[in-house]
Design a protein around this ligand. Structure first.
Ligand SMILES: COc1cccc(COC(=O)c2cn[nH]c2)c1
Length: 248
């Protein structure tokens, strides 16, 4: 997979050189390129913003630098033009569709992803309209709150997406039983010592009875999801909710 990120703070993305994502880049599982938007300006002050038409507080990101940066990324895209496919352009924004594990799985299949990191009050809307000629443009939110820019959202989404790419994390087994993989939150986990601060690990987990352990874990998932994310419960299908392994 190729990923391009455009930002006025490219150093914010340095975290993507670390850990498993960094390793995937070094192993050429991931071709990740970070671009400084100011490299696509031509004035002495490398200006990327200006005052908003219609008035209001703050500044808006100018269209010309964005069009130049995104134009270069589209030109270099490995996504075959002939196939009519377009690279996906994700614009982190409080006004976007909410990112979730399902979207992470979908985007992990893409050949080429680009991310546009907005700052200030946002990017001139004509950039988004113009980019649609070369990209499948997706405004995406990582939650109902406002950040100062898209970089933190890009770090979160790149990690969530790229860990699903085969070979990026050592043991793909660990992708199977994690939160949201089956629509439920994950069960509580324990490790040695068996007793700590007067607190014991649940006996069933020491029993070696794998059927009972599976039932215990499933019930904990349902318990946690009902308590913390009742909104997810309504989306579950009947088979998930009505499994008859009720004994803990
Ligand atoms: C595109 O224009 C802007 C303007 C301002 C901030 C941002 C950064 O994104 C967020 O704040 C965000 C993303 N998900 N939840 C919040 C983008």
């Amino acid at each position: 997979m190729r990923i391009d990120v455009v930002s006025i703070f490219p150093e914010y993305l340095a975290a993507l050189d670390l850990s498993l994502i960094g390793k995937a880049r070094r192993e050429n599982l991931l071709d990740l390129n970070v671009h400084d938007l100011r490299d696509y300006t031509h004035d002495r002050h490398r200006t990327v913003d200006d005052t908003p038409y219609g008035g209001g507080a703050g500044m808006v990101m100018k269209p010309e630098p964005w069009a130049a940066a995104l134009g270069r990324i589209a030109t270099e895209s490995p996504v075959a033009k002939v196939s009519g496919n377009k690279p996906v352009l994700i614009v982190p924004s409080p006004a976007g569709a909410v990112f979730n594990q399902e979207m992470a799985y979908e985007l992990a299949e893409a050949e080429h992803l680009a991310f546009a990191c907005g700052r200030y009050e946002g990017i001139d809307e004509r950039v988004i309209e113009h980019a649609a000629e070369s990209f499948d443009v997706r405004p995406v939110s990582i939650g109902d709150y406002v950040l100062n820019g898209g970089e933190v959202a890009v770090l979160a989404m790149v990690e969530a997406i790229c860990r699903l790419i085969p070979g990026v994390i050592g043991n793909p087994e660990s992708l199977v039983e994690e939160s949201h993989s089956d629509g439920l939150l994950e069960y509580p986990v324990y490790t040695k010592p068996a007793a700590w601060e007067g607190r014991e690990v649940p006996e069933v987990l020491l029993s070696g009875n794998h059927g009972k352990i599976a039932r215990f874990r499933r019930n904990k998932q349902l318990e946690r999801t009902a308590a913390r994310r009742p909104d997810l419960i309504v989306q579950l299908d009947a088979s998930t909710l009505n499994r008859h392994d009720r004994d803990t």
